[in-house]
Design a protein around this ligand. Structure first.
Ligand SMILES: NC(=O)c1ccc[n+]([C@@H]2O[C@H](COP(=O)([O-])OP(=O)(O)OC[C@H]3O[C@@H](n4cnc5c(N)ncnc54)[C@H](OP(=O)(O)O)[C@@H]3O)[C@@H](O)[C@H]2O)c1
Length: 337
């Protein structure tokens, strides 16, 4: 099998092409010929050693992949050869609360991931691909889309008429925009670029705020809600945005803590959380039940992921550099074969 692996240390220079023997599926395992893999910010952090500096190497990165089942091991009944499937981010997380075992079962670290032409999945962690999606589109769902669904729907309990504040135009935020619209919510979205705000409006965002030219975007969001504040914030900015998110949300509203794009640590103001009766909810991607619910909604509404650019397998490094530049809108995909 052909893979890229992080070998001999961290950094984009250490992401190297390699060949490994084709794996045979063991009991309850399925072998997938990967057609496409998408990039998440987490994958970049993993390659650069910022996600888990103690990660054992070599590691095949990338949590997200989609392809076709080409062999099944003993005992497999959920899928068959020829089925189109996507990998479940945390292979052991089917429903309920996460556990240490669930955290240890995530693809693209600590388990080998999808930046390869072949991957082994547990049959429970092979999710049927919605028929209306290409493999490239499907490869974008397992981490970013499931995270946005967990934040807004499974954990957030979003309702028609709610107002949602989204940050930036990366993978999680654009899925959150599409999901919020499917659920009948109003979307306020921030971006560093006016052209990206225009694209977000074309996708259904009701209002856009440029967070560079309007650094007090939290106040603008409050003004846009008549001074009340938004119902939900999907927080991907991290240390640089968290306090403003607390000020943008209404009394009793929810801040879903998802990302650390501007850093993962900082001094935190606790008073607005308690005075505002706020709900600060951590989100760790999501379980299979959420993934399946997301797929039903995407299918019913005919919603397709927003793919920014597709790179060939041989240009994997350029794909990571494109993600790192922040120039993308939506998802960056690598075509594997
Ligand atoms: N907790 C979880 O389960 C989970 C799951 C998925 C992702 N994440 C995390 O969520 C974050 C986003 O992931 P992603 O894959 O969607 O990333 P991504 O696609 O790389 O998103 C990058 C975009 O975010 C925006 N951005 C960057 N810094 C910002 C800031 N300070 N304020 C507002 N927007 C900012 C920019 O949009 P503009 O160019 O429009 O300004 C940038 O293009 C990452 O930290 C990732 O690790 C967590």
């Amino acid at each position: 099998m052909r893979v890229y692996e992080i070998r001999g240390g961290f950094g984009l220079d250490k992401l190297v092409y390699a060949e490994r023997p084709d794996p045979e599926p063991g009991p309850m395992q399925v072998r997938v010929r990967v057609k496409a893999t998408s990039l998440n910010y987490r994958d970049l952090m993993m390659v650069e050693g910022r996600y888990n500096p103690r990660q054992k190497l070599p590691l095949v990165p990338n949590s997200d992949g989609a392809g076709v089942v080409d062999a099944v091991g003993p005992g497999v009944t959920r899928v068959k050869v020829g089925d189109r499937v996507m990998g479940l981010f945390a292979q052991a997380w089917l429903a309920g609360e996460p556990s240490r075992q669930v955290q240890g079962s995530t693809l693209g670290g600590p388990q080998d991931g999808a930046l390869a032409d072949t991957m082994l999945l547990h049959e429970d962690g092979a999710i049927p691909t919605p028929a209306h999606l290409t493999d490239e589109e499907a490869s974008t769902l397992p981490c970013a889309a499931v995270t946005a669904w967990s934040a807004l729907v499974t954990q957030g309990g979003i309702k028609a008429g709610d107002t949602v504040l989204l940050q930036g135009t990366g993978g999680v935020s654009i899925f959150a925009l599409q999901i919020a619209r499917m659920m009948g919510a109003r979307v306020i979205l921030t971006s560093s670029r006016d052209d990206k705000l225009e694209r977000a409006r074309a996708l259904g965002a009701h209002e856009g705020i440029n967070y560079v030219t309007t650094p007090d975007w939290d106040k603008t969001a409050r003004t846009l809600t008549g001074g009340t504040g938004v119902d939900h914030v999907v927080e991907v900015g991290g240390a640089g945005t968290f306090e403003k998110s607390l000020r943008a949300v209404r009394l009793g509203g929810t801040v879903s803590v998802i990302g650390v794009l501007s850093g993962g640590a900082g001094a935190m103001a606790l008073t607005p959380i308690l005075m505002g009766n706020l709900r600060v909810q951590g989100v760790f991607v999501g379980h299979r039940q959420s993934f399946e619910a997301l797929n039903r909604a995407l299918t019913l509404h005919g919603v397709r992921p927003v793919v920014d650019r597709v790179f060939p397998f041989a240009e994997t490094r350029a794909a990571f550099e494109h993600l790192k530049s922040g120039a993308h809108f939506g998802k960056v995909v690598i075509r594997v074969e």
